[in-house]
Design a binder for this molecule. Structure first.
Ligand code: NAD
Ligand code: HJL
Length: 244
C-alpha cells in the first residue's frame, strides 16, 4: 500500500528531534529516537497478539519519514512475532537505500526471518536484512541474518542497553536507531534519559480499552523541550527525556 504525501509542516516540526546527518556524531553510542503510536488511554494495541492501527495515514507517512532518517530500526521480539512488520522505508524514491536496518531483540530466538514480511521485502530488493540480538552464539543461524551477541545481565535477565547500542555502532556502523516498540521495550527505555535522545509519540483519537497493551513506565518520567503537531485526527508530541 502506498503512502499519502508527507504533511508539508512535518519536516520543520521534526527537525530538532532527528539525528543530524551532517554533524559527525562523536558519542560511542548512536543517536536514539524512541517512537510509537498510542491511544488516548495509553494503549499501543487492542491486546496481546492483536495488530492494531492507531495512526492516521498522515502519521503513518511520518513514521516512514522517521525511518528514512535512521540507520537502524529496533523492535522487541513480541512485536516481530505479533505484527510481522516489514520495517522498510516507503518514503522517498529508493526503498532499499532509504530503509533502516531492522534490529530484532530476540534473545530467546523465537522469531524467524524465513517466511517473514521482512524476508519478502529483502527478496524484492525493497528492504535490508535484519540484525538479530541474541545473548549467546545462536543455536540457529539463518541465511542473510547477522547476529549481535550481547550478554544478559544475570540479575535482571535483560540485555545491557548501553552495551547493545555501543556494539551496534562499533560493529555494524549504525549511527542512529529508531526504536518502534513494543510495550516492554518502550516501558524500559522511557526510563533511560542517559540513552534516549528524542521521544516522538503519535496520539490517535481513540480509546483501546483496559485489555489493551499499555505503555506506562515503572516510575514517573519528566519531559523537556516539548512541542506538539496537530493533524486531521492525531497529534504528535516531540520531547526530550529530562535528567531530573
Ligand atoms: N502502536 C505502536 O506504535 C506499536 C509499536 C510496536 C508494537 N506495538 C504493539 O505492541 C505489542 C507488543 O509489545 P510487547 O510488549 O508484547 O513486546 P515487545 O515488542 O516489547 O517485545 C518484548 C520481547 O522483547 C525482548 N526484550 C525486550 N526487552 C528486552 C531486554 N532488555 N533484554 C532482552 N530481551 C528483551 C523479550 O524477548 C520480550 O519478551 C504488539 O501488540 C504490537 O502490535 C505497537
Ligand atoms: N506508528 C505506528 N502507528 C500504528 O498505528 C501502529 N500500530 C504502529 N505499530 C508499529 C509496529 O512496529 C508495526 O508493526 C509497524 O509499524 C509495521 O511496520 P510495517 O508497516 O509492516 O513496515 N506504529
Amino acid at each position: 500500500m502506498s503512502l499519502v504525501p508527507l504533511c508539508s509542516d512535518l519536516p520543520q516540526f521534526l527537525q530538532g528531534y532527528l539525528p543530524n546527518a551532517t554533524k559527525k556524531e562523536t558519542s560511542i553510542r548512536p543517536f536514539i529516537t524512541l517512537t510509537y503510536a498510542q491511544s488516548l488511554d495509553a494503549r499501543i494495541s487492542k491486546g496481546p497478539g492483536i495488530r492494531t492501527t492507531i495512526s492516521h495515514p498522515e502519521t503513518k507517512t511520518m513514521t516512514h519519514y522517521l525511518r528514512y532518517h535512521h540507520d537502524g530500526i529496533l523492535i522487541g521480539s513480541g512485536t516481530a512475532l505479533i505484527d510481522d512488520p516489514g520495517l522498510n522505508c516507503k518514503w522517498g524514491r529508493d526503498s532499499l537505500a532509504n530503509s533502516p536496518r531492522p534490529i530484532i531483540l530476540d534473545t530467546k530466538q523465537k522469531w524467524r526471518f524465513d517466511g517473514s514480511k521482512m524476508q519478502e521485502l529483502y527478496n524484492k530488493g525493497l528492504g535490508k536484512p535484519p540484525i538479530v540480538v541474541v545473548a549467546n552464539d545462536p543455536a540457529i543461524k539463518e541465511h542473510h541474518v547477522e547476529y549481535a551477541i550481547c550478554p544478559m545481565d544475570k540479575a535482571t535477565k535483560q540485555i545491557d542497553w548501553e552495551k547493545l547500542f555501543e556494539k551496534l555502532k562499533k560493529d555494524f556502523n549504525i549511527q542512529s536507531v529508531m526504536i518502534e516498540g513494543g510495550a516492554k521495550v518502550v516501558n524500559q527505555l522511557l526510563l533511560r534519559n542517559d540513552i534516549i535522545n528524542s521521544l516522538i509519540i503519535t496520539i490517535g483519537s481513540t480509546f483501546l480499552g483496559r485489555s489493551g497493551t499499555e505503555v506506562s513506565p515503572l516510575q514517573s518520567v519528566n519531559l523537556k523541550g516539548i512541542t506538539w503537531w496537530k493533524g486531521t485526527t492525531d497529534v504528535v508530541m516531540c520531547a526530550k527525556l529530562d535528567n531530573e
